[in-house]
Design a protein around this ligand. Structure first.
Ligand SMILES: Nc1ncnc2c1ncn2[C@@H]1O[C@H](COP(=O)(O)OP(=O)(O)OP(=O)(O)O)[C@@H](O)[C@H]1O
Ligand SMILES: Nc1ccn([C@@H]2O[C@H](COP(=O)(O)O)[C@@H](O)[C@H]2O)c(=O)n1
Length: 216
């Protein structure tokens, strides 16, 4: 039987619309230097997620000479403050749309009420939030890790004692309430992040295996 190219493409479009599942999202939260980026890279390798770091996207936007937000973003980053959600959410949405993947680790987001409200208003309904991966790490350990990262040439303008003090304050006052919010929905998966990278990843692996229904 003859089916035209146009017909085939119409059938494909209909099938895609009928069977398309919402993209899966895991939020990755924890204090500055808790190991979110390090563990995210391992999750990408083992479980095939795309890693979208809100901090990386903001730094990239800051470095774009054509961006109207470069200076604003740099001021927020140096002060350890959270950039208005309209900017961050649109960077995240653009990155998700540009990807062919259907599962995303969103690292360092939502970090405050403004992030949460913006996400809930514009994106939450379009995705399936699997869980919130929370790397629990005391401030003294986080501080040493960030200072070491700064001394090793991270090039980050916020890996210094002055910015870190502000970042920790923001984390305690603004981000921890967001983790508590998700706890009410039983969505938080806490991991002790003080151990070695490999030990931490052993626990992380179990969570993702469980989320995948034991596939891995
Ligand atoms: N389990 C670990 N033990 C020791 N050092 C670690 C561990 N995990 C990460 N690090 C180191 O600590 C530093 C911070 O790690 P990473 O960048 O992954 O943290 P982060 O939570 O993404 O930080 P930020 O929020 O500041 O971007 C890096 O230099 C990394 O190599
Ligand atoms: N949702 C977010 C995430 C980050 N920022 C700003 O970027 C800084 C660095 O973030 P990292 O996750 O890479 O540590 C952070 O201190 C904020 O200034 C943000 O505004 N909103």
């Amino acid at each position: 039987m003859f089916i035209s190219n146009c017909g085939i493409s119409l059938v494909r479009t209909i099938c895609r619309a009928a069977f398309t599942m919402k993209p899966k999202v895991v939020f990755v939260l924890g204090g500055p230097g808790a190991g979110k980026g390090t563990q995210s890279q391992k999750i990408v390798q083992h479980f095939g997620y795309d890693h979208l770091s809100a901090g990386d996207l903001l730094r990239e936007e800051r470095n774009n000479p054509n961006s109207e937000f470069g200076e604003l973003i740099e001021n927020y980053i140096k002060e350890g403050k959270i950039v208005p959600v309209e900017i961050t959410c649109s960077l995240l949405e653009n990155a998700m749309q540009a990807s062919e993947n259907d599962k995303f680790l969103i690292d360092g987001f939502p970090r405050n009420q403004d992030n949460l409200q913006g996400w809930n208003k514009t994106v939450a309904d379009k995705v399936d939030l699997q869980f919130v991966l929370f790397f629990d790490c005391p401030q003294d350990v986080c501080l040493q890790r960030c200072l070491y990262r700064g001394a090793s040439g991270s090039g980050r303008t916020d890996d210094n004692e002055e910015s870190l003090k502000k970042r920790f304050n923001t984390y305690l006052n603004e981000t921890q309430p967001i983790i508590s919010y998700y706890e009410k929905f039983n969505l938080v998966r806490r991991v002790d992040a003080t151990r070695t990278t490999d030990e931490v990843f052993e626990d992380v692996k179990l969570l993702f295996q469980e989320a995948a229904g034991g596939d891995h």
